[in-house]
Write a protein that binds this ligand. Structure first.
Ligand code: UFG
Length: 340
């Protein structure tokens, strides 16, 4: 039987998805989380259920019936779609995994939406669709020439979404995220990847494991301190961009695309120094070789999101590091029984 209108969050048991669910619950929304739990965690779903009204459906977008059943049985007002594999290096080694999941899985979702008349979607895209930037800060008009199957898979979905708007009137907001950092300020959910590859959690993890050394991937780039520059947007700020995108779809009923970043570039060394400062500990560090596929410098022009969506990056990198550290303490205790 159909129920009240709901927001369907695909990949809601993952890092950015779960923070967005909290934001939408705080906004009074009823949420369905659909997740195959390949990268998401049931403990995250349980934490979300303690916060507000969340229904969890375990399913995989690669099976059309799994996602069709959701629309058959619920009145879904709009979809927010996070589910994707997102590791650049892995995508180069295993493109099939990326295209099957990120592109074919999304096609199943969109076809189910069209079949059941759901016409609004917010899609997690990425600055990786731009490839190696020709200029920074990168705005939405920057040419899109992805250099990895991951970036290509996200760009393909952007193009599919544009075509589905023309053919079926499906309206989409594509949010091109820059790098994401930080965790829920109450440490109820957080960044929990296995293995973890991202900068901030990797620096923080090295403070827990008895002398493990954090590795900087390359200090011979053409940047002021030789390390790569990225734009680290706070995950709770990013979550809020999804709420605003849903409001925009509701009010304007128009497709569009927005960069979501802080417009500030931080080098790997900057981030490392800030981590030492915020947590007040010396962290062991060594310089390792460059990591394949890393762009030298990447940061956003996010003016369009500011003027059109009314979104603004509010939290600082120090805020992100301290919330990520609090979460890392919770996670270490959960996984290893390490009490800090
Ligand atoms: N880095 C290190 N040591 C580490 C981890 C990372 O030096 O242990 C460096 C990387 O070489 C890079 C920077 O920190 O220069 C950021 O690396 P991340 O792995 O944290 O993030 P990426 O920029 O590689 O990728 C992330 C997401 C992608 C997304 C991209 C957008 O994983 O999905 O941000 O820039 F597309």
């Amino acid at each position: 039987m159909a129920d009240n209108k709901k927001i369907l969050v695909i990949g809601g048991a993952g890092y950015i998805g779960s923070h967005t669910v909290i934001n939408l619950l705080n906004d009074g929304k009823d949420i369905i989380v659909f997740d195959n739990l390949e990268n998401g965690h049931i403990e995250t779903v349980e934490a979300l259920k303690r916060i507000g009204h969340v229904e969890f459906i375990k399913g995989d977008l690669r099976n059309f019936e799994d996602i069709e059943d959701v629309f058959k049985n619920h009145k879904v007002d709009a979809v927010v779609h996070f589910a994707a594999f997102a590791l650049v290096g892995e995508s180069v080694e295993n493109p099939s995994k990326y295209y099957r999941n990120n592109v074919l899985g999304t096609l199943n979702l969109l076809d189910a939406m069209v079949k059941y008349g759901c016409k609004k979607i917010v899609f997690s895209s990425t600055c990786a669709t731009y490839g190696n930037p020709k200029y920074v800060p990168v705005d939405e008009k920057h040419p899109q020439n992805p250099v990895s199957p991951y970036g290509a898979s996200k760009l393909m979905v952007e193009q599919i979404l544009n075509d589905y708007d023309i053919a079926y009137g499906l309206k989409s907001i594509k949010l091109r995220y820059f790098n994401v950092a930080g965790c829920d300020s109450q440490a109820r959910v957080g960044e929990w990847h296995e293995p973890e590859t991202h900068l901030v959690p990797n620096i923080l993890k090295s403070t827990f494991s008895g002398g493990k050394t954090f590795k900087i991937f390359g200090d011979d780039y053409n940047t002021p301190d030789g390390t790569c520059i990225r734009d680290y947007v706070n995950v709770e700020d990013l979550a809020d961009a999804h709420r605003l995108a849903l409001i925009y779809l509701e009010n304007e009923n128009k497709s569009d695309v927005f960069n979501i970043g802080t417009e500030r570039g931080d080098s790997v060394k900057n981030i490392f120094d800030s981590c030492e400062k915020v947590i007040g500990k010396k962290i062991n560090v060594e310089v390792a070789g460059r990591r394949a596929g890393d762009a030298e410098a990447l940061y956003a022009n996010s003016k369009k999101a500011q003027t059109v969506l009314g979104w603004k990056s509010q939290r600082t990198i120090e805020d992100s590091i301290s919330s990520a550290y609090r979460w890392e303490e919770v996670l270490q205790e959960k996984l290893n029984g390490v009490k800090v």
